[in-house]
Design a protein around this ligand. Structure first.
Ligand code: HEC
Ligand code: HEC
Ligand code: HEC
Ligand code: HEC
Length: 500
């Protein structure tokens, strides 16, 4: 039965979309450019400098510049990147992550995201282990990546990170997402600017130049807010590729992506130290997770509907290009369709996030436990022995399924809100896979005469402390506890010791 609140929501949404549709049909090519009359192209071909574009759109330009500003503190529980000008250490927030990611850069230095202004600056400031893939690292960070790739792909991908930065004009070596990344310079229509996106869209059967309005709006953000592999051959980076093959629009699922990661050795990027397994990785799958049937996706919404509020400046309505968490703009975008108060809306977001965080954190420690059991097995028995190998391999297969799901849900940026039911589904599966691996490994070890303690010691401090060149350590004030309290009950020795 539809509650009256729901009917109001649906009605308001239809109204909002009716208006959008009218705008789209009234001859401005799907992009509302405020009340401005048609103008000369905002920027000449190949003009990257947002200041030049800004000459025609000074109000928008000012909001774009504001992505450099600190975010208001105490508005968001889970996404605190740059709140009060502080950066947040994701590995201290979720201490199972440094254990799982030990073996490469993500286990050393992994921060919560902050404003678009910082995307290259943050790479420069990160531990050097995070930019080992060289030129590939600029793919979704610099508007110049598209040209460097077209001009000389081999040189771009063969370059170290510093060499690749040196290929950019000096004045733009810190320039992140710019007008030209998202807009056509002649028409101002939304457009993407990456060969990776065109390849991925083609793989799922779409025509990159013929997208629906919703697809186009999602993909301007999704060109970077997506997962990808740095394709490697014998350790050398060759390309950046989204593991989307075999999926379809609206169903780029974790299962399909994991299949691609498992079947293509070129997607193997690192060796997990605890288990000695060669693995792929999953980065911020925001567009994948959101578009896989979320309630807001189904009603035609895109990222900017929530992340770029309409604001009035100089009697003109523009989209706020200072993209950030809707919690930090007091839910103004939501209120266009929802009649709840800001407090009610925030409470709804938090309810989803708390449930998701509890599952993520528990799945994380379950997977970390399985990893430590793999380590114990490798150290105490010979996993290649004929009577051991089949069970061991089966355990590893379950483990990888759990691991990739935990990485997926730990890397999507909304703590489950973008697609609540999908998040619950994925994390339930992660827990089941981790438990299956754990049970098989426990049996294997016990049958071989190895004693396995009830709580497998996770040695969390060993992975958290002394990370990388900057010797990073656990920051307790960044730690995010399991809101259900279950994690502390299940891993009292490991987590208790850490939190003392
Ligand atoms: C060129 C790549 C790129 C594009 C395009 C892009 N983003 Fe981002 N976005 C990033 C990166 C990288 C970060 C993290 C930057 C950092 O922490 O240094 C980020 C951070 C964010 C944040 C966190 C900001 C904060 O202050 O906390 C939000 C929200 C966000 N993006 C939303 C969007 C939306 C919505 C779109 C589309 C309108 C979009 N992004 C397009 C790369 C991109
Ligand atoms: C229905 C509204 C809605 C839509 C649509 C939406 N988001 Fe979000 N997004 C949120 C909320 C709510 C959060 C949680 C913010 C928080 O916890 O502070 C969030 C969080 C994020 C964050 C982390 C922000 C931060 O401060 O670290 C990023 C990045 C992001 N979204 C990107 C996207 C992208 C990309 C899309 C489109 C593929 C998208 N969002 C679509 C509502 C939305
Ligand atoms: C990360 C992607 C992204 C970047 C970077 C970006 N825009 Fe936009 N822009 C958007 C989106 C999304 C919209 C909303 C389009 C819609 O409503 O469908 C938009 C809308 C606009 C509009 C239409 C009026 C409005 O405000 O809604 C103008 C003008 C504009 N942008 C100018 C600029 C300028 C100038 C820059 C650089 C200083 C810039 N944009 C950078 C994504 C971006
Ligand atoms: C363009 C209109 C629109 C915008 C903007 C929008 N929503 Fe929604 N929202 C909807 C519609 C339509 C539904 C689906 C209603 C249904 O199926 O019951 C929905 C469903 C929801 C639900 C699940 C149903 C419920 O009420 O518990 C939540 C929670 C929610 N939205 C929160 C938000 C938040 C938070 C924001 C802003 C960050 C937001 N929405 C922005 C239209 C919108």
């Amino acid at each position: 039965m539809l509650t009256s609140a729901k009917v109001r929501i649906v009605f308001a949404a239809m109204l909002a979309f009716g208006l959008l549709l009218t705008a789209a049909l009234s001859g401005c090519s799907g992009l509302a450019v405020g009340d401005r009359p048609a103008q000369t192209p905002p920027a000449p071909d190949g003009e990257y400098d947002p200041a030049v574009w800004g000459e025609q759109y000074p109000e928008v330009y000012a909001t774009w510049l504001a992505t450099a500003e600190p975010r208001p503190a105490d508005k968001s529980k889970y996404k605190r990147g740059f709140d009060g000008a502080q950066m947040y250490d994701k590995l201290s927030e979720y201490p199972f992550m440094p254990l799982l990611f030990k073996g490469w850069g993500f286990g050393i230095d992994y921060q919560e995201p902050r404003g678009h202004h910082y995307m290259i600056i943050d790479q420069n400031e990160a531990d050097p282990s995070r930019v080992k893939s060289g030129g590939a690292c600029l793919t979704c960070k610099s508007p110049y990546a598209e040209d460097l790739n077209t001009e000389d792909k081999e040189a771009f991908f063969g370059a170290t990170y510093d060499e690749a930065l040196g290929m950019l004009p000096e004045e733009h070596r810190k320039l992140g997402a710019s007008c030209i990344d998202c807009h056509d310079n002649e028409t101002m229509e939304l457009s993407t600017r990456r060969w990776t996106v065109d390849a991925a869209l083609t793989e799922i059967g779409l025509e990159p130049d013929d997208l629906s309005t919703q697809q186009q709006r999602l993909m301007v953000c999704g060109q970077c807010h997506c997962t990808y592999s740095v394709m490697k051959e014998e350790g050398v980076a060759l390309d950046v590729d989204f593991p989307w093959e075999g999926s379809e629009w609206g169903a780029i699922t974790v299962e399909n992506v994991i299949d691609r990661l498992l079947e293509d050795p070129a997607r193997t990027e690192w060796t997990q130290e605890v288990t000695d397994l060669e693995l792929a990785f999953i980065r911020h799958p925001d567009v994948e997770f959101y578009s896989a049937g979320s309630p807001h996706m189904k009603v035609g919404m895109a990222c900017n509907d929530c992340h770029m509020p309409d604001i009035r400046v100089n009697n003109e309505t523009i989209s706020d290009h200072n993209v950030m968490s809707p919690l930090k703009t007091d839910m103004t975008t939501c209120k266009r369709c929802h009649y709840d108060s800001a407090e009610e809306l925030k409470a709804k977001v938090l309810a989803v996030q708390d449930a998701n965080a509890a599952m993520l954190i528990n799945a994380g420690y379950q997977t970390a436990t399985a990893a430590k059991l793999i380590e114990m097995t490798n150290e105490s028995i010979d996993p290649s022995a004929v009577d051991i190998k089949p069970t061991y391999d089966e355990a590893l297969a379950h483990y990888k399924q759990a691991f990739y799901r935990v990485v997926w849900m730990g890397a999507e940026n909304s703590l489950g809100f973008h697609n609540p039911a999908e998040g619950q589904r994925i994390l339930k599966d992660a827990q089941a896979e981790a438990d299956a691996a754990t049970q098989l490994l426990r049996d294997l070890l016990t049958d071989s005469g190895v004693e396995v303690p009830a709580e497998v010691p996770l040695e969390l401090d060993k992975y958290l402390e002394g990370r990388g060149e900057h010797e990073k350590g656990f920051i307790q004030t960044h730690y995010l506890g399991d809101p259900s309290g279950q994690a502390l009950k299940s891993w009292p020795l490991s987590l208790g010791a850490l939190l003392q």
